[in-house]
Design a protein. Structure first.
Length: 131
């Protein structure tokens, strides 16, 4: 009887644990996306508070951050974010790769980028087809 009860519990519990992987991936990528946008907004506020023009660089903790239209560029956003667990591609992409997989990433898009869903502020896209 005990074995039957354990079997029934296992059948009900296993699908819940299998689905946790997807939930963890969603949470990790969403958290990084929020972190990136928060860093971009803080840089924007620092630039405004300093009385700088929208394309003038700012300095954060001794590091120069390039700005475009009031927000960090795709090349500079990685300087503002603790990307532990991610690999930041400091080329033209502004991608934060999770597990170093191209199709599992947070994609920061600066103002004016053709991939940016907004026109007046930076945006992020989450790609998780390769996770």
């Amino acid at each position: 009887m005990v074995i039957v009860i354990l079997g029934i519990l296992a059948v009900n519990a296993i699908p819940k644990f299998i689905d946790l992987k997807s939930d963890v991936q969603d949470a990790v990528l969403s958290t990084m996306a929020s972190t990136v946008l928060t860093a971009a907004n803080m840089a924007h506020l620092k630039q405004q508070a300093s009385g700088l023009g929208p394309n003038e660089s700012i300095t954060v903790n001794g590091v120069t951050v390039q700005m475009k239209d009031g927000y960090p560029t795709e090349l500079s956003i990685g300087l503002l974010v603790d990307s532990s667990g991610f690999t930041f591609k400091d080329d033209w992409t502004g991608w934060f790769l999770w597990k170093n997989i191209w199709n599992c990433r947070v994609d920061y898009n600066q103002v004016g980028s053709s991939f940016n869903p907004t026109s007046d502020k930076p945006g992020v896209l989450i790609e998780k087809s390769g996770c």
